[in-house]
Design a protein around this ligand. Structure first.
Ligand code: AMP
Ligand code: MG
Length: 349
């Protein structure tokens, strides 16, 4: 598939015009990469199997990995799902529009390709104005997974999108960097006991404040007691740059010392090493270094994670040593989940 990808750079003056043109592309069954508050998404009409197939094809996404459907109103939600249980409604009232995706029982209008054949559908109402306006103006429900090649770090800028998908999608709307930087929290509300399937910007603690106890149902790798272990990144490819990522977890000082030691060791052996760090005293080691953010500011770290992985890749490093000494509170848990999945090896200190 080779398509000319239109690039719309949003300015103060062209908002309506750009949304208008992109709504036409969506109505014709095309694909448009759009900013959301989390990451850039690749949007198409969720109820048109041919349009949805274009998303899978462009991303190289496995057919059994279902898509999140984005809505701009409760009426649109009601068309997709057979019921909204009371706890789901409470979450909607608390967090929509925003980065929380609910899994609910679907109606028959949702095609199999969108849900990977499941009898449930994932739905969210994005807070970003571009996404909202495109949904409203096109009048379509938008399936929109992250706008990257499957397995690569999610895109937080339009240039990340173009790097992966130029020539494979109809258009991209460039509205600068996304505000949050990691994906939505996914919670299964289709069963008796709600279960978080993917950590995201909305933490489990915030969710439990609203609806009480929830199950945590995602595979965080158990790093065991041996110190060095293989991470799930060996099994799945997820959020992975081309370079090999080595993740160091533990107290900040120990991690900093280990970064220095490993940097020296790998460099000696001829590797080009990039660093993803939370302390600027490691900046003197190399130019191939990206600051993730202050270790106690998980929102900062979230904004820089995918950006950092991609930026080090572009510089051509072979190995990325990632400093995992930032807090796991709030969105920190989601960032750590992404980083673990991106890593070939986790070293616990
Ligand atoms: P993405 O849009 O690529 O960030 O990922 C969407 C996430 O939601 C993936 O982890 C999917 O497996 C998950 N998901 C989407 N629909 C469902 C569903 N009906 N049941 C369970 N998980 C889902
Ligand atoms: Mg994705």
């Amino acid at each position: 598939m080779n398509t000319y990808t239109k690039i719309f750079k949003l300015t103060r003056d062209n908002f309506s015009e750009v949304i208008g043109e992109c709504a036409e592309i969506i109505k014709k069954g095309g694909t448009v990469a759009i900013p959301t508050e989390t990451v850039y998404g690749l949007a198409a009409n969720a109820l048109d199997p041919i349009a949805v197939n274009r998303i899978f094809h462009a991303k190289g996404r496995p057919a059994d990995n279902p898509l999140i459907v984005h809505v701009a109103s409760i009426e649109q939600l009601e068309q997709l799902v057979s019921e909204v249980p009371p706890k789901a409604l409470s979450l909607i009232e608390a967090f929509w529009p925003g980065p929380l995706t609910l899994i609910l029982k679907r109606t028959e209008i949702v095609p199999d390709i969108t849900t990977g054949g499941l009898d449930t559908v994932a739905v969210r109402m994005p807070a970003d104005i571009v996404a909202q306006e495109l949904i409203s103006l096109s009048g379509k429900h938008l399936a929109a997974p992250s706008a990257n090649i499957s397995g690569r770090p999610s895109p937080t800028t339009a240039s990340h999108v173009l790097h992966d998908l130029e020539g494979k999608i109809d258009a991209v709307i460039d509205a600068g960097n996304t505000r949050i930087g990691v994906e939505s929290t996914v919670i299964d509300m289709s069963r008796e006991k709600p279960a978080i399937l993917r950590p995201g910007y909305i933490s489990a603690a915030k969710i439990e404040e609203i609806i009480g106890e929830v199950d945590i149902n995602y595979n965080e790798h158990d790093t065991g007691a041996l110190g060095v272990v293989r991470s799930p990144g060996m099994k799945y490819t997820h959020y992975s740059p081309a370079a090999t990522v080595l993740l160091l977890e533990g107290p900040h000082d120990l991690v900093s010392n280990k970064v220095r030691e490993m940097y020296a060791d790998f460099t000696c052996r001829g590797a080009r090493v990039g660093l993803l760090v939370t302390s600027n005293d490691l900046f003197s080691l190399t130019n191939d270094v990206v600051y993730l953010g202050r270790k106690d500011e998980p929102e900062e770290v979230a904004r820089n994670l995918f950006l950092g992985l991609r930026s080090l890749d572009e510089r051509g490093v072979n190995i990325i040593i990632a400093d995992g000494s930032f807090t796991h509170d709030g969105v920190g848990a989601a960032v750590m989940n992404r980083l673990r999945k991106a890593s070939e090896m986790i070293i616990k200190l």
